[in-house]
Design a protein around this ligand. Structure first.
Ligand code: NAD
Ligand code: LMR
Length: 330
């Protein structure tokens, strides 16, 4: 018997990540082979034609689970009844653009989208922000959606987490599924802290399995700058791996993380690990009964403390900047 249909909204549907995500969503990669899906695609006018092309191809795949695909430029229409929202479309930084211009332009996107989610989404809405600067865009959306529980707004650091797993597994020469206990802390930016203090590789502490100087030096830089490495190699930012990570994040949120394991999620802080309340920062997290829970009780040594604090300081600066621009209601 089929489950109840789920409405999935995705903004930036005509872009690269949209193209890499939509076919997987429609084929059941997110919610399994029994859950019918309605896709609601949000674009700006310039992106509508590309989204229409994607919609034609979705039809041509004849996915049994796909009940409908609609496209609109109005978030109030697209988010009507949405159970899940992937906020991918964002204003990229262009030459000569100041950081405040970028935050302001994105505030103009994520403020109205937050309000539209507040007014139109289903009661069980879950939101993941992918568009950069992802943590602060999520904060803007969340603060503009006062009727939606704050914890329903998250941002993508699962891509950083997956990168951290893949790069560690390659260094230790083990399969990826023998790596666990990695945490990405902080912002989805080069200040992020990929932390191997509690990581396990093939049953042993990661810091015994690889050179600890590499783990606390070149490794951190490699993971944190992987997005830039990909832009340089591909000529555009990561798309398939970003879509894959966003789907991993949402699937784990809905269906639960594997027993005794955790992943990395940017979510509103409850003050854990000294991260100021409300800041959308990346933590070690498990999904239990459909809700993210921050993993508690990890020891944080001086090296980790300094790196977590540095990334959190960047997030506080971003919050102050969007506050000063009037993008988050007090
Ligand atoms: P893209 O340029 O290929 O596509 C973006 C799409 O968003 C375009 O079709 C554009 O028309 C649309 N768009 C812009 N403003 C919009 C709005 N207000 N409403 C709806 N749609 C809008 O970019 P992409 O490669 O798909 O990347 C999208 C975003 O994801 C970028 O901000 C990128 O930096 C970010 N990203 C984040 C991560 C992460 O790990 N958090 C990883 C990769 C990329
Ligand atoms: C990534 O981590 O791949 C992206 O956030 C890079 C970018 O700037 O789009």
């Amino acid at each position: 018997m089929s489950a109840q249909a789920v409405t999935i909204a995705l903004s930036g549907a005509g872009g690269q990540i949209g193209y890499a995500a939509l076919f997987r969503l429609a084929s059941g990669d997110l919610l399994g082979p029994k859950t019918p899906i309605h896709l609601r695609l949000l674009e700006i006018p310039q992106g509508v034609s590309a989204a229409e092309g994607t919609a034609l191809e979705l039809t041509d795949c004849a996915f049994p689970l796909l009940q409908s695909v609609t496209i609109d430029t109005d978030p109030n229409v697209v988010f009507e009844g949405a159970n899940i929202a992937f906020l991918v479309g964002a204003r990229p930084r262009t030459a000569g653009m100041e950081r405040s211009d970028l935050l302001s332009a994105n505030g103009g996107i994520f403020g109205p989208q937050g309000r539209a989610l507040n007014d139109h989404a289903a009661d069980d809405i879950r939101v993941i922000v992918v568009g950069n600067p992802a943590n602060t865009n999520a904060l803007i959306a969340q603060r503009n959606a006062p009727d939606v529980p704050a914890e329903r707004f998250t941002a993508l650091t699962r891509l950083d987490h997956n990168r951290a797993v893949g790069i560690l597994a390659a260094e230790a020469d083990v399969p990826v599924d023998s790596v666990s206990g990695i945490t990405i802390w902080g912002n989805h930016s080069i200040t992020q802290y990929p932390d191997l203090s509690h990581a396990i590789v093939a049953g042993s502490p990661a810091l015994d399995m690889v050179d600890p100087r590499w783990a606390r030096g070149a490794y951190i830089e490699r993971v944190a700058k992987r997005g830039g490495e990909i832009i340089e190699a591909r000529g555009s930012s990561s798309a398939a791996s970003a879509a894959n990570a966003a789907i991993d994040h949402m699937r784990d949120w809905v269906t639960g993380t594997r027993p005794h394991e955790w992943t990395s999620v940017a979510l509103p802080s409850d003050g854990s690990y000294g991260v100021p309340n409300g800041l959308i920062s990346s933590f070690p997290a498990r999904s239990v009964n459909g809700q993210w829970e921050i993993v508690q009780g990890l020891t944080i040594d001086q090296f980790s403390r300094e790196r977590i604090d540095a990334s959190v300081t960047e997030l506080l600066d971003e919050r102050e900047a969007v506050n000063a621009l009037g993008l988050i209601p007090s």
